[in-house]
Design a protein around this ligand. Structure first.
Ligand code: NAD
Length: 484
């Protein structure tokens, strides 16, 4: 089945203005998944005009009951199409099917949660003196541009889209160039099953970051940019958005420390280290626990168990039951990751993996063996940079103080995990770590209702979860009345 991914503007599925098409193939098999268009800045202009018109002229921004109903319908539409959408996502970005299903379930939950919050966009009232009444209200910002990555495309789009819509904004979405088909199908099914959404509230423009993404960021009729992607691209977006003081939120890269203290339950910590390395997505997850910091006293035991389990994992097409590790997303990504593995071999011990698999059932895809390096120097490139592949660095540590220092010593501050039986020690360490979420004796769980933050170069500009995300996607206005 090959799908033609089109733009969605003012409720219509349309071709881009140039008619130029590209193909997207499955990174596990090389089979065609679909085609997509390369839009221009004129297409972006049309989409922004459609979103602006829907914001100004439709009841969307002001009718809260309509938004409750639509967000609920969107959640149901995702659940109704969950199996189809999971398969499309796996065929386009390669992650194992059970991870796609889990992400789609979380996406449906985000819309469900924000449908319940639509009527909680509230302000405050003051009477600063006898003759004055003051109302602080929250209003939708206007047209929101959402720029999304490919590694978890549907749930990460939902994470921005659900609160942006709940707060009353209209949107123009730009998907990543590796997952245009997934996002087209996701939005097409949502729009087809969502009877009450006014035309133009959700628009999609497919194309490159340099053309479509940059046009959205610079356009004066786009009031807010919600960007999820790499720290490098985020820095460019921030710079370009400054031209018209555009509001923005950036969710960027990470290099998560997964910290195993000397008294940890070893079996759970080992399982947590394996789960945390997100190998179903070949490690291509922003919060993957790629630095495992292990106390010296248990280092050998933990290392041996992690290596033993990871070296036996099944690598293959994410569509097949029983596969644990999918391919990386592209030839370019394969090359990047293999370069990091070569760097790693120069500074640390290769404990397992390290090879590009390209024979037999792996011959048509971009498969890399899960790779573990031991005794990795914390300052080395593989322990500092985001590899975005199935590569894990084990770092030997002497005590908790050293663990906290190493954990904090990268430019990122997205997430962290701690494994210990002493909850007091875990809480003290959690306070020291500069990360927007810290898991204790668990890994990777996130809830729609629980805000997460970002420290340092992992992001800026407001959370995309919980009730606080309504503040991210709304403006404050103070209205004062003289009641003399
Ligand atoms: P990327 O930065 O290459 O691209 C992200 C999106 O930005 C894509 O849609 C791309 O086309 C667009 N883009 C690129 N350059 C642009 C520009 N100059 N102007 C406007 N748009 C531009 O990232 P990616 O490779 O798609 O995703 C992987 C990265 O995303 C990793 O660094 C990962 O950690 C990060 N990420 C972060 C989170 C988070 O929640 N913090 C979640 C997922 C991924």
């Amino acid at each position: 089945m090959s799908i033609e991914a089109k733009n969605i503007i003012d409720g219509e599925f349309i071709e881009g203005s140039t008619g130029e098409k590209r193909e997207r193939c499955n990174p596990a098999t090389g089979e065609l998944v679909g085609s997509f268009i390369a839009s221009t800045s004129e297409d972006v202009e049309d989409a922004i005009y459609s979103a602006r018109k829907a914001f100004e002229d439709s009841p969307w921004a002001t009718d809260t009951k309509l938004r409750v109903r639509v967000l609920r319908e969107m959640s149901e539409a995702i659940l109704h199409n969950l199996e189809h959408l999971s398969k499309i996502q796996t065929s386009e970005n390669g992650k194992i099917l059970q991870d796609s299903r889990r992400e789609l379930t979380s996406a449906a939950d985000l819309f469900d949660y924000y449908s319940g919050l639509v009527r909680s966009v509230t302000g405050r009232t003051h009477m600063p003196d006898n003759n004055t009444m003051s109302f602080v209200i929250r209003e939708p910002i206007g047209v929101v541009g959402i720029i999304a990555p490919w590694n978890a495309p549907m749930v990460l789009l939902a994470r921005s889209l659900a609160p942006a819509l709940a707060a009353g904004n209209t949107v123009v979405i730009k998907p990543a160039s590796y997952t245009p088909v997934s996002i087209f199908e996701f939005l097409k099914h949502i729009l087809e099953d969502t009877k009450h959404i006014p035309k133009g509230v959700i628009n999609l423009v497919i194309g490159s970051g340099e053309t479509v993404g940059a046009a959205l960021v610079k356009h004066k009729e786009v009031d807010f940019i919600s960007f999820t992607g790499s720290t490098n691209a985020g820095a460019i977006v921030m710079q370009e958005a400054s031209v018209n003081i555009k509001r923005l939120s950036l969710e960027l890269g990470g290099k998560t420390p997964n910290i195993i203290l000397e008294d940890a339950d070893i079996e759970s910590a080992v399982q947590g280290a394996i789960r945390g390395s997100m190998l179903g997505s070949a490690g291509q997850i922003c919060f993957a626990g790629t630095r495992v910091l292990i106390h010296n006293k248990i280092y050998e035991e933990v290392k041996d168990q992690i290596v033993d389990i990871i070296s036996k994992l099944k690598i293959g097409n994410g569509m097949d039951e029983g596969v644990d590790v999918g391919p990386v997303v592209s030839k370019g990504q394969l090359k990047n990751v293999m370069n990091y593995i070569s760097e790693g071999k120069k500074v640390a011990k290769l404990l397992t993996g390290g090879k590009h698999l390209n024979k037999n059932e792996h011959s048509k895809g971009y498969f890399i063996e899960p790779t573990i390096f031991g005794d990795v120097p914390p300052e080395s490139k593989i322990a500092q940079e985001e590899i975005f592949g199935p590569v894990i660095s084990l770092i030997r540590c002497r005590n908790t103080v050293e663990m906290a220092n190493i954990a904090n010593n990268t430019k990122f501050g997205l997430s962290a995990a701690i494994w210990t039986k002493k909850i007091g020690d875990a809480l003290r360490l959690a306070r020291k770590i500069k990360a927007g979420i810290v898991w204790i004796n668990t890994y990777g769980k996130m809830y729609s209702e629980a805000e997460t933050g970002t420290y340092k170069q992992s992001g800026i500009g407001g959370t995309l979860r919980g009730i606080e995300a309504l503040n991210t996607f709304s403006e404050i206005k103070n209205i004062l009345i003289n009641i003399e």
